[in-house]
Design a protein around this ligand. Sequence first.
Ligand SMILES: Nc1nc2c(ncn2[C@@H]2O[C@H](COP(=O)(O)OP(=O)(O)OP(=O)(O)O)[C@@H](O)[C@H]2O)c(=O)[nH]1
Ligand SMILES: [Mg+2]
Length: 468
Amino acid sequence: MRQTLAREVSNLIERGRDRQLRLAVTGLSRAGKTAFLTSLVHQLRHAGLEARLDLLPAAREGRLLGAQRIAQADLGIPRFPYDQALAALDAEPPRWPDPTRGISELRLRIRYRPERHGLLAGFASDSATLTLDLFDYPGEWLLDLPLLEHDYLSWCERQQASLSPARRELASDWLAAIDALDPAASADEARLAGIAEHYAGYLRAAREAGFADLQPGRFLLPGDLDGAPVLQFFPLPGVGEADRARLEALPEDSVYRTLARRFAYYQQHVVKPFYREHFRRFDRQIVLVDVLGALNAGPERFEDLSRALATLMKSFDYGKRSLLTRLFAPRIDRLAIAATKADHVTPEQHGKLVALLEALLAEPIKDLRYADIPVRALSLASLRATEVHEVSQQGTRIPALRGTDLAGEAHLVFPGEVPARLPRADFWARQGFSFTAFRPLPRASRGDGLPHIRLDAALDWLIGDKLT
Ligand SMILES: Nc1nc2c(ncn2[C@@H]2O[C@H](COP(=O)(O)OP(=O)(O)OP(=O)(O)O)[C@@H](O)[C@H]2O)c(=O)[nH]1
Ligand SMILES: [Mg+2]
C-alpha cells in the first residue's frame, strides 16, 4: 500500500515536470512532410475545438487542453513555414503549400491533464506541459549515410553501377561533358564546376522523372552550400579498383585527387555534421512515403523508390555493427512509417496500402524489430482532399472518390486496387494504377478544422505515451 502510494506520488512529480520531446518528420521530396506537420500543428493547436483527434486518447478524453507555438531553442535552424502553409490552404481557391528545402523547426508547448489512476483518482487534477520540438528535414539527406562507407573510388564504382539505360539518357549531358576529362590532367576549377553543374542537373532531372536513389543528396537540396566547391565533385566513369594504385599516385592537383579531396570534405563537413548535430538528438521519427505516387509512376520508379527507401532506412538500423551505431550512438526510441495521401484511394484499400508499405520496407522493419526499436506502419492523409461516395453500378454499390483537380474541375473517380504485395510484371501490364492530383478542400466545405485520415493514430503512436 505504501509502496503504491510512493509510486503514484513519484509519477505525479514526474508528470508535473516539464516534459520534452524532439519529433522529426522526414521523407523523400514531395512525400508530404509539409502537409503532415502543418496538419499536426493545426490539430494540436485546435484540440478540443475543431480538431478531430479521436484516436489520440488524451484528446478523446478531453485531457488535451491546447497547444501554443513558442520560440524555438535552436536559433540556427529556419522556422517551419506554418503560417505560409495555412495561408495557402485558406486561399481562394485553396492551394497546396509550397515545396520546402532543408531543415526547419517549430516548437509547441502542449498543455494537458494527466490521467489519474488508483489512489489519486479523486484528486483535483492540475495540468502538465509537454514541449514538443518538431523538425522537418529532407529524406534525401539520409541517402548520404552510405556514402560514408565509401572512399571516392569505390563510390565512383557504385555510381556507375546505378546508371540504368533510363538514367543514362537523363545523364547524357553530363556524360558528354565528362567524356574527354582525363583523371590525370591538372584540375581546371572552372571546368570541374561546369561538369559538376551538369551532374547536379542530371540528379535533378532524375528526381523530376521520379527516381529517388540519388547521391549526393545535397546536390538536390544544396541550401546554403549552393555554389561552394564542396559541391563541385562527381563520380568519374570508367575507373575502378584495378586503377587504385595508379590513381592514388597522381599529383595532388590532378583531376582525380581534387575530386577525391572534395568527396572526403563532403563526408566530413556536410554529411557527418547533420548526423552529429541534428539526427542524433531526435527522440522520435516518422518517415513518410508516397507509395501511391510511386505506383502511379510505373515499375521503374517503384523499383527506384524501393532502393532509395532501403538506403534511407539504414539511418535507423541500430544494430550493434551498423555504420550509424559505430559513428554516432543515436537515440530514436520509436519510429512510425506512413504511406501518405491515402485519400487518393477508397477506404477499403487502406489496409492493402499498409500491407504494401510493409512489403516495401520488409527488410528494414525486420532489422528495427531485431534491434528492439518499436516501429509501426500505417496509412494516412494529412490533409484529406477527397470525399467518399457510394455509387450504384449494375445493382451493387461501390465506393468512389469525389474531388476537385488542380485546374478546378470536379471529378468522380474509381482509383483502382492497391496491390497488397510488391507488384509484379503482370500488375503493371494488367492495370497499373492511376490517380488524379486533387486540390485541398476549400475552407467553406471543411469548416475551421483540417480534415485528415488517421493523423491522430500517428500522433498517438508518436507522442501519446507522453500525454498520460
Ligand atoms: N490528396 C492529398 N495530397 C497530398 C496530401 N499530402 C500531400 N499531398 C500532395 O503532395 C504534395 C507534396 O506535399 P508536401 O507536404 O509539400 O511534401 P514535402 O515532402 O514537404 O515536399 P518537399 O518540401 O518538396 O520535399 C502536395 O503539394 C500535395 O499535392 C494529402 O494528405 N492528400
Ligand atoms: Mg516540404
